[in-house]
Design a protein around this ligand. Structure first.
Ligand code: PMP
Length: 404
């Protein structure tokens, strides 16, 4: 059982006020809040260890390197990667996807096919469109249904020997739908295609076993799981990371440099050019420790309770429609009030101290599918309460009254 009142004490920001009201933070799918335990690690790093890593002989540099590399191992263990060098530190999900898309520039040929889903965040669409422009490859799209689920029979029909790569999110940020990635990975592998899973929205709710999934690439951002912004990870199977070329050139990623020819460093450094976000990498590990101390099963069970409670309460408001009603979804409720622009609802909620996201959530194709400009999105984390959902419901009722 999760003791939410105790957990809330870990998050200093949750006791602040916004517009004179206690903050009700329901924008967790955009970014999560940071517990004191992670803040302490950040302060400790800059107070005691700040130094550049990997190339220093002095004590601070070695200590910072040890902390950074220990964090990589922690992340490896958490995601059950086979080797720690399969974990590449990135600046976030977007960076990881671009790194892989760039790597495939030298692999894809004209008329090769790559498959995306209709449920993607723009960061899992645009880099692949750019890749198609560079290579002449063709982008195919798995369509979605009214419930906000992928139409998997259509995916089966799209797959062929010319499919080289499939990239889908594990969980949709706009609707909360959990995609059947085990099936998608298995089917893609049958035709010899590689699979990248965008885990930005799953990492906060699920502890994925990357070896069991047999996925080729998996990307996420630390800020979605109580870590800082500007740090994330790309997992890649060793064989793939050896095959694809480096994304950026610079210091740290080389074995030897001459003006005639440069050779690259071994994994993971081949993909980590320049001074990395050292503190962020260390804090990423601390965030994973924090989440694991609570336990992902406990987190998921509690968040499901919040999802059920919030769904039932919000649906009692006449004229409120929820988008994304799959049975397989996480604690995200995307909704609109009939005839009212989501931005106006969000603005009134903010006046009441309630933080939600409004707009297309970087997933314009989903909004186009529903023929709406956007939604109001409330996304719950394990530190939210039913009382906060009650405040949301009251706020939405008030917005409806004021805007109708
Ligand atoms: N994919 C999904 C599903 C996301 O939710 C997000 C963040 N909203 C991203 C990708 C991009 O993550 P970042 O901005 O941290 O790179």
């Amino acid at each position: 059982m999760l003791n939410v009142e105790n957990i809330r004490k870990d998050f200093p920001i949750l006791s602040r006020k916004v517009n004179g009201k206690p903050l009700v933070y329901l924008d967790n799918a955009a970014t999560s809040q940071t517990p004191q335990q992670v803040i302490d690690v950040i302060v400790d790093y800059y107070s005691n260890y700040n130094a550049n890593i990997h190339r220093g002989v002095h004590t601070l540099s070695q200590e910072a390197t040890d902390l950074y590399e220990a964090s990589r191992k922690k992340i490896q263990a958490h995601f059950n990667a086979k080797f720690s060098h399969e974990i590449i530190f990135t600046s976030g999900t977007t960076h990881g996807i671009n790194l892989v898309a760039n790597g495939f520039s030298s692999i894809l040929k004209k008329d090769d096919e790559i498959i995306v889903s209709a449920l993607e965040h723009h960061s899992n669409i645009v880099p692949w469109q750019m890749l198609c422009e560079r290579t002449g490859a063709i982008l195919k799209v798995i369509p979605m249904n009214d419930e906000g689920e992928l139409i998997i029979s259509e995916f089966d029909a799209l797959l062929s020997k010319t499919t080289k790569l499939v990239f889908v999110n594990h969980i949709s940020n706009a609707l909360g739908t959990i995609n059947p990635i085990e099936y998608i990975i298995g089917k893609a592998h049958e035709v010899g295609a590689a699979v990248l899973i965008d885990g930005a929205q799953s990492t906060p709710h699920i502890k994925p076993d990357l070896q069991a999934l047999d996925v080729d690439f998996y990307v996420t951002s630390a800020h979605k799981i109580c870590g800082p912004t500007g740090i994330g990870m790309l997992y890649g199977k060793e064989e793939w990371l050896k095959k694809i070329p480096p994304y950026q050139g610079g210091g740290e990623m080389i074995a030897e440099v001459t003006f005639e020819k440069t050779t690259y460093a071994e994994l993971p450094h081949k993909f980590e050019a320049g001074t990395p976000n050292i503190c962020g990498g260390i804090a990423f590990g601390a965030a994973i420790d924090y989440m694991n101390n609570i336990g992902f099963d406990t987190i998921a069970a509690y968040e499901n309770e919040l999802l059920e409670y919030g769904t039932e309460k919000l649906l009692q408001i006449e004229g409120l429609k929820i988008y994304g009603v799959s049975k397989h979804k996480t604690s995200v409720i995307s909704f609109n009030l009939e005839g009212i622009h989501p931005y106006d609802v969000g603005t009134i909620l903010d006046k009441l101290g309630i933080a939600v996201r409004t707009g297309h959530h970087c997933a314009q194709p989903i909004m186009d599918f529903y023929k709406i400009p956007g939604t109001v999105r409330a996304s719950f984390a394990f530190y939210n309460t039913k009382a906060e959902i009650d405040a949301l419901v009251e706020g939405v009722k008030k917005a409806k009254m004021m805007l109708s």
